[in-house]
Ligand binder design. Structure first.
Ligand code: AMP
Length: 303
């Protein structure tokens, strides 16, 4: 594995493989690797000839100075893990390399960025994400770029970005990797105290409670959400949002008549966590058979 810090050097390194028709996979990350990151890297390794992992704690997407300052960083450990996963190139640019003096361009995606994380973290968050992802896609020109389903809204935004700007890349969204007790892996989990870590389990419990209510036939979104909110309240966790949405558009639903995504964000102590759960309809248990537009799904539930 080679660690590269300059944009021009990565371009040069990838020119040969590209000419030879070898496939290039890119995994964009902010480092502090855990099994979630490694699952994306492994997927890229099985699908692509050349694997590039970028490690860049992107200041532009942090809306709070304290969050940026506290963000865990350990390049040496990340490099060892990447090496073990047979990554070809670890791209670790500095902030100056990515945003040199005079940098003045923002890539901004509308609509799907305006709700949920965009509403709570402000416009600059997704502008920071979409600007850096556009740059990384332009720098590496990968055939495939891998993102985690854990950041569901981000995945939708990046897919929109690639489609709208005709960026010739396939965006692959990979399942969320969890701790045995259900907590979604996140680089921020290391910042939780033991008590907060315990309370953080309520996010996934809440998502599962809502999924169970839907499985049992609940079709009213308010009632299905109430099952989840009860779990959060029991743990003393107040959500920034807990919502049921249609997956491709992130538009909230009132009546559950198709496959949806349950989204949650909450602060546990000082740490803000997000999670989600795809919910597929089990039409056998629907309480309101008069609604005939239930869509049976064969999509397995990710968890
Ligand atoms: P980050 O370093 O937090 O920016 O994450 C880099 C990539 O890893 C993003 O595409 C995330 O969605 C993905 N990711 C983070 N946590 C997980 C997880 N628990 N399971 C799967 N993918 C994840």
């Amino acid at each position: 594995m080679r660690t590269i810090r300059a944009i021009a050097e990565l371009r040069q390194a990838l020119a040969g493989p590209r000419r030879e028709g070898r496939s290039i996979g890119l995994v964009p990350t902010m480092g502090a690797f855990h099994e979630g990151h490694l699952s994306l890297i492994r997927r890229a390794r099985t699908e692509c000839d050349v694997v590039v992992v970028s490690l860049f704690v992107n200041p532009a997407q942090f809306n709070e100075e304290a969050d940026l300052a506290a963000y865990p960083r350990d390049e040496r450990r990340d490099a060892e893990l990447a090496e073990r996963e047979r990554v070809d190139y670890l791209f670790v640019p500095s902030a100056e390399e990515m945003y040199p003096a005079g940098f003045a361009t923002t890539v901004s995606v509308g609509r799907v960025t305006e709700m949920f994380e965009g509403a709570h973290r402000g416009r600059s968050h997704f502008d920071g994400v979409t600007t850096v992802v556009t740059k990384l896609l332009n720098i590496a020109s990968p055939h495939v770029a891998y993102f985690g389903g854990k950041d569901a809204q981000q995945a939708v935004v990046v897919q929109r970005l690639a489609r709208d700007l005709d960026i010739p890349v396939r965006i692959e969204v990979c399942p969320t990797v969890r701790e045995p007790d259900g907590l979604a892996l996140s680089s921020r989990n290391v910042l939780l105290s033991p008590d907060e870590r315990n309370r953080a389990r309520a996010l996934h419990r809440a998502l599962r409670a809502t999924a169970s209510a839907v499985d049992a036939g609940e079709r009213d979104a308010v009632a299905a959400k109430a099952a989840g909110v009860t779990e959060l309240e029991a743990a003393g966790v107040r959500p920034d949002y807990f919502e049921l949405v249609r997956a491709p558009t992130l538009e909230p639903v009132n009546r559950i008549d198709g496959d949806i995504l349950a989204l949650v964000a909450a602060r546990v102590g000082a740490v803000r966590l997000i999670d989600n759960e795809p919910i597929t309809l089990n039409t056998n248990h629907a309480r309101s058979p008069s609604k005939s537009n239930h869509r049976a799904s064969t999509t397995p539930r990710r968890s």
